[in-house]
Design a protein around this ligand. Structure first.
Ligand code: SF4
Ligand code: SF4
Length: 307
């Protein structure tokens, strides 16, 4: 169980040590959460998506555009736009949002479960990929390379349709990446080999050794106790704060109760007010106090990054 005294004070840990923070070095990737609703209800979904969770509303193309324009007006080095959810293909304006990003020349990455919803947009996806060659990537989350583990998490009957949709992406020459998960007792290399074998059997040829093309996340649990990250941890762990996701990305969300979108520190902490960085990209340029268990469990100790 997580010790209730931890992750309370943004500046100081439960032991009284200085909490680690991360400076935004440069905004390389700007994420948009397209809305928290999802057609699946995975047990370990870090953002607690399901068909009824609308705490983050469907963001509109008109709300996305000013942020894309701000990248230009501030002359930011941002080259990549990421779209995540929930399931982005449930957003009624997903194609307009994609067009808005691609037409400005951004590499655009969509994280999808590729289960049914994406199939409704196949024609438009083929068109966008032809119109903006090489800019669009679809990253399919395939929870595990073994059907029984995937379906335990995502629901019965979800594995084959997801693989079929993944094969469709590959066959239509749309740049493809896969995101998977390694169980607590699974070695990362073993996991990579498992995905490699599955994808090869399906006739899907991607570079499974490239950590951007086959991303493998560690399993996350809400319940385990985790250490707090102090300023001394960087040296002890041999890690740099510059390598943490919030040093190079931000995420724009539209909270149900808000009139306007907000900019958050990262993709992982959608609901915690401490990680609201401002209304604009300019105001979001501030340091982030690592005052959440995900900071330790997922980013600093897990070594994972959504981008
Ligand atoms: S498919 Fe993704 S967003 Fe949807 S519930 Fe599962 S983990 Fe969450
Ligand atoms: S969860 Fe990770 S990326 Fe997000 S604020 Fe914490 S350390 Fe930064």
């Amino acid at each position: 169980m997580l010790n209730a005294e931890k992750f309370q004070d943004p500046l100081v840990t439960a032991k009284g040590e200085t909490r680690a923070s991360v400076e935004l070095k440069e905004l390389k990737t700007l994420w948009f959460n397209t809305g928290t609703q999802c057609n699946l209800s995975c047990d370990n979904c870090y953002i607690e998506s399901n068909p009824t969770n609308d705490r983050l509303s469907y963001i509109t193309a008109a709300e996305v555009a000013p942020y894309l324009d701000e990248i230009g007006s501030l002359d930011l080095p941002t080259k990549e736009i990421g779209l995540t959810g929930g399931e982005p293909f449930l957003n009624p304006e997903i194609i307009q949002i994609l067009e808005s990003s691609l037409s400005r020349g951004f590499k655009t990455l969509v994280l999808t479960n590729a289960y049914r919803m994406m199939n409704r947009k196949k024609e438009q996806l083929v068109e966008l990929n032809q119109k903006y060659p090489g800019l669009l990537t679809l990253r399919v989350s395939l929870d595990h390379f073994r059907k029984e583990v995937h379906e335990q998490e995502r629901g019965e009957g979800t594995f084959e349709p997801t693989l079929k949709a993944t094969k469709w992406i590959f066959d239509n020459n749309i740049p493809l990446a896969v995101a998977g998960r390694a169980l607590v007792d699974e070695d990362m290399n073993e996991s990579r080999q498992g995905y490699k074998q599955l994808l090869t059997e399906q006739g899907i040829s991607i570079d499974t050794e490239d950590p951007q093309t086959l991303v493998i996340f560690p399993e996350m649990s809400d319940k385990r106790d985790v250490p707090e990250i102090t300023t001394a941890c960087w040296d002890i762990l041999g890690k740099s704060p510059d390598d943490i996701m919030c040093a190079s990305s931000r995420m724009v969300v539209k909270r149900k109760q808000h009139q306007k979108p907000k900019v958050l520190a990262c993709t992982l902490l959608a609901y915690d007010e401490q990680f609201v960085m401002g209304d604009t990209l300019e105001t979001s340029h501030k340091s982030v106090q690592l005052n959440h268990k995900f900071c330790a469990q997922f980013c600093v100790l897990g070594g994972a990054s959504c981008s």
